[in-house]
Design a protein around this ligand. Structure first.
Ligand SMILES: Nc1ncnc2c1ncn2[C@@H]1O[C@H](COP(=O)(O)OP(=O)(O)OP(=O)(O)O)[C@@H](O)[C@H]1O
Ligand SMILES: [Mg+2]
Length: 486
């Protein structure tokens, strides 16, 4: 059985949800990353295309210049070749050599003899061409010389050959410069794009962030929070809708609080009325007995023996009255709990042993205390817990007048320590079980019925409640939980 804790209807602090997230998981970061990536990819494609185009253009220009030069050289050297005028050929070679990018130039006769060359050691010799595969264009990767060849023909007869080598170094460095400039543009696009994306994401997600902050405050119970709604766009409209929602939430919460206050007041009055009626009922019997006894003692109709009997009744009833009022004061005066870390096992053993000594005489009573190693300390108000354990164990022993088994156990369940007190006594009738924690409910002769009411109030102050499982004729187990020590 459980007694509900009285709750306030205002917004309860929400259970802590995971509301913070790493920067890489934020909308801002994703927006920034995607815009920056789009920039980089587009610029990369654009730059690669531009470099390829420039490379093709420079190579074509180099090839056409080389072809013109080698053809001109062939024409210019025809006569000198026929007359084997080495001086004229050398002069032609010199002029060709002075052209930009020329690495080598040779004029060979029909037998392959070198008659003019930029490499003097080859002059006059019949040597293979300077390159095995002339005129490979476009150039193979890693090849930095464009080799060209032109045959010198007269009336369809080949009388000689001109070979020419042009260096691609200038072309390569121009391309490298283009690449460097392209990379610079990519980097600049990355930086500018990221900055623009960051600014854009700040603007678009600022409203969301404000709302997230506000939602956090609302979950902590602050309903006065509002978010700025300055813009006319969707974000501004969302902010206005959010503010309206919080305002109506606040109105609903205030209405609920007022309603709760009204109900609590009414319940309190009803409770006071019920309690007064119960107390009046409880004290009326002993009080009537006392009044009757006093009246009888005031007259002279009683003999000595009857007087003694009436005085004894007077004593008993006034004692009962005093006990009822004392217990009620205990119940009414329960102070605020001051929970601290304390030795639960020691307290249970101390009370169990004390009660066991008082009740064991003349019957077979078996007591077991078992506390799991990780459930021997807990957080509780020591004096109040003493009262709780005392009342519960006393009830258990009182339910076994002929003897039986009382076992007290503690065990850990996550953060909590479960405490249970089980007996093999008379048990509680199901229809009575509902009421046993209410004040002045008792089936025991001489009991005031405040024991479990006091227990329940103390446990509620410890954020827990009493669970009772009972089977008539078989026994009862009462249990509650405490905060464990981590
Ligand atoms: N372990 C138990 N076994 C059987 N009945 C129980 C047990 N604990 C409580 N009860 C029933 O609940 C009733 C209320 O218990 P409670 O402790 O509040 O009052 P009480 O024991 O009658 O009087 P007192 O105020 O002196 O404690 C008891 O009278 C008894 O009928
Ligand atoms: Mg009791």
């Amino acid at each position: 059985m459980s007694v509900p804790e009285s709750g306030h209807p205002s917004i309860a602090p929400a259970r802590t949800a995971k509301t913070t997230t790493g920067f890489t998981h934020t909308l801002r970061f994703r927006l920034m990353l995607s815009v920056a990536l789009v920039h980089v990819v587009l610029m990369g494609v654009f730059v690669a295309d531009a470099v390829q185009e420039q490379s093709d253009r420079i190579q074509a220009e180099l090839y056409s210049r080389g072809r013109s030069l080698v053809a001109l050289t062939a024409v210019a050297s025809t006569n000198a070749l026929l007359t084997e005028d080495l001086g004229a050929l050398a002069e032609i070679i010199q002029r060709v050599k002075s052209q930009p990018d020329v690495v080598y130039c040779e004029i060979l006769d029909s037998r392959g003899r070198v008659l003019g060359t930029t490499h003097p050691e080859r002059l006059g010799k019949e040597l293979p061409l300077l390159v095995a595969k002339p005129e490979q264009f476009p150039l193979a990767a890693g090849d930095h010389i464009l080799d060209l060849q032109e045959r010198i023909r007269i009336a369809g007869q080949t009388v000689g050959t001109v070979t020419l080598g042009l260096s691609t170094v200038r072309m390569d460095s121009a391309l490298a410069r283009t690449w460097r400039e392209g990379l610079f543009f990519i980097l600049a696009a990355l930086i500018v794009g990221s900055a623009a994306a960051w600014a854009l994401s700040l603007l678009t997600t600022r409203g969301l962030h404000n709302m997230m902050e506000a939602a956090r405050k609302i979950s902590r119970g602050d309903l006065d929070v509002r978010v700025p709604a300055n813009s006319q766009d969707e974000a501004g409209m969302l902010a206005i809708a959010f503010n309206n929602m919080v305002a109506s939430l606040k109105r609903a919460s205030e209405d609920a609080a007022q309603e709760h206050e009204r109900r609590t007041q009414a319940e309190r009055l009803a409770c006071v009325g019920e309690m007064s009626a119960t107390i009046a009922h409880e004290i009326r019997n002993p009080l009537s007995a006392i009044i009757n006894s006093v009246n009888l003692l005031g007259g002279d109709a009683l003999n000595r023996e009857e007087r003694t009997q009436v005085i004894s009744i007077l004593n008993n009833e006034s004692g009962r009255l005093s006990r009822i009022l004392g217990d009620f004061l205990d119940f009414a005066k329960i102070r605020e709990s001051e929970p601290t870390r304390a030795d639960l096992k020691g307290l249970i053993e101390e009370i169990a042993n004390m009660l066991y000594q008082d009740h064991r005489t003349g019957k077979h009573l078996h007591l077991t205390v078992s506390c799991a190693p990780d459930a021997q300390t807990a957080v509780f108000d020591r004096d109040q817990m003493r009262q709780v354990l005392w009342n519960l164990m006393l009830n258990a022993l009182q339910s076994m007048p002929e003897g039986g088994e009382l076992s007290v156990r503690t065990r850990r369940d996550g953060e909590k320590i479960m405490v249970s007190i089980a007996d093999t006594g008379c048990g509680i009738a199901p229809q009575f079980l509902e009421k046993v924690t209410k004040p002045f409910v008792s089936s025991r002769k001489g009991g005031t019925g405040l024991g479990l009411a006091i227990v329940q109030r103390i446990l509620v102050q410890h954020d827990t409640q009493l669970d009772i499982v009972s089977k008539q004729g078989a026994g009862t187990e009462v249990s509650f939980q405490l905060n464990g020590v981590s």
